[in-house]
Design a protein around this ligand. Structure first.
Ligand SMILES: NC(=O)c1ccc[n+]([C@@H]2O[C@H](COP(=O)([O-])OP(=O)(O)OC[C@H]3O[C@@H](n4cnc5c(N)ncnc54)[C@H](OP(=O)(O)O)[C@@H]3O)[C@@H](O)[C@H]2O)c1
Length: 433
């Protein structure tokens, strides 16, 4: 059977991982497909500096337009990232009626629905498995594996860097700043770590997964986002006392009013399967009305795991090209079911963990409890681990389930007290996991 040809734009982490797998695993891939999947063109800005390992018949260029326009390229793999050039590459590929595989979470979270509609109108295939949770085939799960179910909630640990930092703080009691420096030295965190530790990378991934799971139009701005910079080693000590641990949880759950979406650090029971997700690993937990809970775990990033996702997408698209059957329904645009409309996180009801650092003096607990009582928030427990430092004394109050809105109003009022060393810090306690 006639081969299908691929052009790769972007030869960084993911591009080189993809190329290595396509080359080393070519025989197995051809056996599985029944035809050859061949690399016909390669592009990166610095391609001239790269030692060629492929045959002379492969086009090597620093101009992505040559890949997109190459008459023999059937599928363009966009592995550049970002939202500007990547968008141009994908748009041009669609205009040239080339199918597209992308790993680009940022772009697909921002305008995936629009890109998908254009791809369908052009009759080409589009695939984006690698855009979320690198090595975990979660798109396929939502699009195919459990598509017969009706998803009611999805929880994930979707940023490996944050999870690595949190689990290192938990294991070694080191500060956020020290662990971040180590993570940067080891290559787990970027020199500008904001996208990871402030939750933006996880937010893009949740926007894509929630759109796929709930068939609703979800944009990153629908998702309440808070990073992990305020987590202290003592938060883990208190969390453990409460039988919990702390993870950056990406959550999307259905309520009777609509869909609540958030990326934020949360206390989760130590007994839950998500609590066992350590280091740079990712996990996704999906709850369905019929099939109930399913759980997916694996590497969230890295050249080889993400390369597997890209190559598997290339194989799927190659099969579809051969069979002449492009996707005709966008994963972003099922018939609207209505009940999944995103609603503000302030409508969420949960138990909360409130951590305070104060200059010690009599009457502090009474005045904080007074604020909670005035907002009809029921105090559950007060915890104070031994500490010598009376000028920066930590303690924790947990409260029974209440609305996020009430907690925010209470925290704003509490913040005015002059005995606080820093504003109070709140995290939801996820009881349903
Ligand atoms: N890294 C991961 O583990 C991972 C996991 C899942 C998804 N992703 C996604 O995969 C995509 C790629 O990530 P990455 O980590 O591989 O990025 P990267 O290491 O920064 O590589 C980007 C590549 O794109 C090339 N490039 C940039 N601008 C270009 C242009 N105008 N024309 C041609 N080539 C251009 C770069 O060329 P030069 O090297 O010559 O500058 C480089 O080869 C991103 O969307 C990312 O979010 C990454």
């Amino acid at each position: 059977m006639q081969e299908v040809n691929v052009g790769i734009v972007g030869l960084g982490n993911v591009g080189t991982g993809t190329l290595a797998i396509l080359t080393e695993n070519a025989e197995q891939i051809a056996l599985k497909l029944g035809f050859q999947l061949r690399v016909k063109a390669l592009c990166s800005r610095s391609i001239a500096a790269r030692k060629p390992t492929e045959s002379d018949s492969v086009l090597r260029t620093n101009d992505w337009r040559e890949v997109v326009a190459h008459p023999e390229v059937d599928i363009v793999a966009e592995l550049v990232g970002g939202t500007s050039v990547a968008r141009e590459i994908i748009d041009a590929a669609i205009a040239h009626k080339k199918s597209v595989v992308t790993a680009n979470k940022e772009l697909m979270a921002l305008c995936g629905a629009e890109i998908w509609d254009r791809a369908i109108a052009a009759g080409i295939n589009l695939a984006m498995e690698a855009s979320v949770a690198g090595g975990i085939p979660i798109h396929t799960v939502l699009r195919e594996g459990i598509s017969g179910d009706r998803v009611t909630a999805l929880y994930g640990i979707l940023n490996g860097t944050s999870n690595y930092i949190l689990t290192e703080i938990e294991k070694h009691g080191a500060s956020f700043d020290d662990v971040l420096k180590d993570a940067q030295r080891l290559g787990y965190a970027e020199s500008d770590p904001s996208a990871d530790v402030d939750g933006y990378d996880a937010r893009s991934k949740l926007a894509i997964l929630a759109a796929l799971a709930f068939g609703e139009k979800i944009t990153p701005s629908d998702i309440y986002t808070e990073g992990i910079r305020r987590i202290l080693p003592l938060d883990f000590q208190y969390a453990h006392k409460l039988g919990h641990t702390i993870r950056l949880i990406c959550g999307a759950h259905q309520t009777s009013d609509g869909l609540i979406l958030s990326v934020r650090p949360a206390l989760i029971p130590q007994s839950t399967i998500l609590a066992g997700v350590q280091g740079a690993y990712n996990a996704v937990w999906v709850r369905g009305k019929y099939g109930e809970d399913t759980f997916y775990y694996g590497r969230g990033a890295g050249a080889a795991p993400t390369g597997v996702a890209v190559v598997s997408d290339l194989m799927r698209v190659a099969r579809e090209i051969r069979r002449g059957s492009p996707e005709r329904v966008s994963p972003f645009a099922h018939q609207r079911l209505g009940e999944y409309k995103p609603i503000p996180v302030t409508l969420q009801h949960a138990a909360y963990y409130l951590r305070f650092r104060v200059v010690d003096r009599p009457g502090i607990i009474a005045s904080l409890a007074g604020v909670l009582a005035a907002k009809q928030i029921s105090l559950e427990a007060v915890l104070q681990l031994p500490s010598e430092n009376r000028r920066d004394l930590p303690f924790v109050i947990t409260v029974e389930p209440t609305s996020e809105q009430s907690i925010r109003v209470a925290l704003a009022e509490m913040s005015a007290h002059d005995f606080l060393v820093e504003p109070p810090f709140a995290m939801p306690m996820e009881k349903s996991l």
